[in-house]
Design a binder for this molecule. Structure first.
Ligand code: UDP
Ligand code: MG
Length: 321
């Protein structure tokens, strides 16, 4: 069977009433594009009728692939499973709850054709509660943009398009799927965004609340660290170690000066405590940096990871990409 030109990847967790309407919307949107397609639904351990309905759909339509996970692993894992089973050279992710509009897929593809590698949807008119969803998301987006240097209005929108070669060797953990544009940009991908529609949820309930914000912040620290220093962690820890040791040594010198020149007893000042703490902290930081260096080497070398990514090679002998 010929490979489809587009693969849609849809994570599904307890979305039984959304499946049929979503598939109809996808089918009619894709008809307008005139490209061959498949849709990979990943059932993320749903406890309702989602899986049964998806499997019925796959029985009726050859363009439907259903990947059923053994339990609920979370949206990131479900999307990874979808990437692993998608066959086309262009991959489009969207939510199962009809909040994303399949009719926007054409807009994403136009941007890919302009030469971008990742196109992210931007829910300009977001239809979610303001205080608990839209506002925290606005703050998170500015923070992520600032920290990663990849300026997007809406990291949280699942509707995104990717070139396949970028999704192939991904390893994501936690709730990292929202950081994909930033992670891929760190590997040299060209990233952009387009405004897309957003609809209120009609069936089922959202799987997330405010608690997600904290996870996003912690993930952001990981992304920032991995992006900037994963090949040279000693630059971070070593820097902190030097500063801390320097302050500790200065405090110690001042303490000795006070004792010898001014005759002030050492134990009358907080300096002994301060200098000991800062010096110990500094040595710890340096040690942590060296350990991190070891771990980084194991990480890169055990997976034969390169510290660079090649877009293509051109010569009369070889041509790739
Ligand atoms: N989802 C999933 N596994 C989970 C949680 C969510 O596959 O553990 C799916 C869910 O079915 C939906 C998408 O991820 O298709 C986004 O979830 P939701 O709509 O609840 O998030 P929101 O739009 O409220 O941010
Ligand atoms: Mg949703």
């Amino acid at each position: 069977m010929a490979l489809p030109e587009l693969s849609l990847v849809v994570p599904v967790f307890n979305e039984e009433d959304n499946i049929q309407p979503l598939f109809s919307k996808i089918a009619s949107a894709m008809e307008g594009l005139g490209r061959s397609w498949e849709v990979v639904f990943v059932d993320d351990g749903s406890r309702d009728q989602s899986l049964a309905r998806l499997e019925a759909l796959a029985g009726d339509d050859r363009r439907v692939v259903v990947v059923g996970l053994r339990r609920n692993y979370g949206q990131t894992a479900a999307m990874m499973a979808g990437f692993d089973h998608a066959r086309a050279s262009v991959i489009i992710t969207l939510d199962a709850d009809l909040q994303n509009d399949p009719a926007d897929i054409g807009k994403l593809l136009d941007k890919l054709n302009e030469g971008y590698d990742v196109v992210s949807g931007w829910r300009k008119n977001r239809q979610d509660a303001f205080a608990s969803r839209t506002l925290p998301s606005k703050i998170a987006n500015s923070l992520i943009s600032w920290a990663t240097g990849v300026y997007l209005h809406d990291y949280g929108c699942t509707l995104k398009a990717y070139r396949r070669e970028l999704t192939q060797h991904l390893r994501l953990y936690g709730e990292m799927h929202r950081f994909l544009p930033a992670l891929l940009a760190q590997q040299g991908a060209r990233v952009t965004e387009v405004p897309v529609n957003h609809h209120p949820r009609l069936h089922g309930t959202s799987k997330y609340g405010l608690g997600r914000t904290l996870k996003v912040l912690l993930d952001l620290m990981t992304v920032k660290f991995l992006g900037s220093y994963s090949t040279k962690p000693i630059y971070v820890f070593g820097g902190a170690g030097f500063i801390s040791s320097f302050l500790g040594l200065s405090a110690a010198s001042y303490m000795i000066y006070l004792k010898l020149v001014r005759g002030v007893s050492m134990i009358l000042t907080p300096l002994p405590m301060l200098s000991a703490m800062l010096i110990i902290l500094g040595v710890q930081f340096l040690g942590m940096g060296l350990l991190a260096e070891l771990i980084t080497r194991t990480y890169h070398e055990s997976q034969q990871k390169r510290i660079y990514n090649v877009r293509r090679v051109v010569s009369q002998e070889v041509a790739t990409g």
